[in-house]
Design a protein around this ligand. Sequence first.
Ligand SMILES: Cc1cc2nc3c(=O)[nH]c(=O)nc-3n(C[C@H](O)[C@H](O)[C@H](O)COP(=O)(O)OP(=O)(O)OC[C@H]3O[C@@H](n4cnc5c(N)ncnc54)[C@H](O)[C@@H]3O)c2cc1C
Length: 493
Amino acid sequence: MTHQEVLELSQIVGEERITSDEIDLLLHSGDLAPLPESLRNIYGIKLPDTLVFPQDVEQVSAVLKFANQKDIPVTPRGAATTATGAAIPVEGGIAMDLFRLNEIVEFNPQDEYITVGAGCPWKRIIDFLENRGFQLGGYPSSAPSATVGGWFGAGASAGVGVPQYGPAGEQVISMEVVLPDGKIYNTGPRESWLFIGSEGTLGVICEVTLKIYPKPERKFFMYDFDSIDAGVKALDGLWRLKPYFLTTINSGLASMLNEVGMHMSSKPLIIVGMVGGDEESLKTRWRSVEKACMEGSFLGEKPAEEEWENRFKVGLSFKTLGPSLMALEIRIPVPELLPLLNELEDILRNERWGVETLQGDHGTVCAVIYMLADEREKVAFLNKFSYIITAARLAFKHKGFLFGVGLHNTSHMNALHGEAFHFMRLIKNKIDPREIMNPSKTVQVRMPFFMLAMSMGMMRGVPGLVLFGMELASYLPLGLLRFGLGLMGEGIK
Ligand SMILES: Cc1cc2nc3c(=O)[nH]c(=O)nc-3n(C[C@H](O)[C@H](O)[C@H](O)COP(=O)(O)OP(=O)(O)OC[C@H]3O[C@@H](n4cnc5c(N)ncnc54)[C@H](O)[C@@H]3O)c2cc1C
């Protein structure tokens, strides 16, 4: 962007809602996952030219209108708690932080809905509703920071409430969205699906109206299992009961949690959950829980309730052990969890790792594979980073999906969506013909798979060559590259 364009933009949003300070730009150029400098170079990631904090839908609209006229990329951003690079403004331009759109606009207990700003963190809405005897139909376990627009942008297919109420998109009554040309558009429940999981590539979600439910009586359970096999069998019975909350922790993760002061069982698998209902239905559901978990040991309601209270802390509480943390997320059917965990034991035998699963929709789990890392050890860190490609391979092998596309998984879009990918491109071309919204993501594949795989493969073998990955790739014929890929270790198989 030129100096003049930044000046014009500051007149649109007001000087106090724009900054080009280098530290602010740096802070808004990444996401939760540390990204090695070498890989930033390979991707060609630029710093955003400027950062705006619009305060209402009209300002969002004015910024998009301006950006569209001038062909300037715009990347919307919530709290950047995704680890796929989805919120990284790869092409520079305008980073749009939506945290000022954080109002609870309307609470209607009679008709059971709530309208909230897209920048509102989920925890604020949860607390607001709990204090008034209501609950949401779904939210992510990153709720203290993750925003409403960010979760819907990322797909909202796993989290608290999802096993009971289904994918969170089904909770949406309407959305207020700003399209890339600046037009403000109000969706009904069906059109909302277009923007759910679009990762900021089709427009900016500004406000969402969600269904809410009277808070029922709740009962918490926690079991541990002597084998992963027995635990997964129980999980398969449990998700069919549609609990509000259902999560598992394997022994690797429990050991890391214990190291930071928690008191988890050391058995191979722990299941924690919560069911709700009136007095009568709770009794029936509780009996079904006991039946599903009969091969496990009941650890009591109290520790289960504590685990529920801690549900927002598990994710990152042990990060300091790394001190960096890699998180690989894939979504697979419940029965595939056993073979996945067995395979991970083998692949990650030299790493410190653990797995948490969050129950997703339609009998899937989102398996979050946490791996301790240390960014300061450049070679070892690059090596760990290449497990991103391993995770994609495991997802497809185990009949699953990638949990989010972002930057690192764009090259798998064809494999993920098949024929539908063509229609996704058509939709993108129709809504955003100038491709200003979060460019280089989803349908705009920036780096062919073989290039990414080769760069990652080099990280496993000869990390010093990473910087030359692109140059090398451009000299080698494709056939030779493919042959080379076969020799380069787990990360690219
Ligand atoms: C500890 C932890 C627990 C997690 N638990 C869950 C979980 O239970 N379930 C789950 O699904 N995920 C989970 N995640 C992943 C992630 O936190 C969620 O996807 C989260 O909701 C993203 O919200 P965000 O505000 O950080 O979005 P960001 O990371 O900022 O953005 C995500 C994507 O949406 C786009 N975007 C952001 N705001 C808007 C907007 N207003 N309009 C249009 N596009 C927008 C961005 O461009 C980006 O592509 C977890 C992550 C962590 C670290």
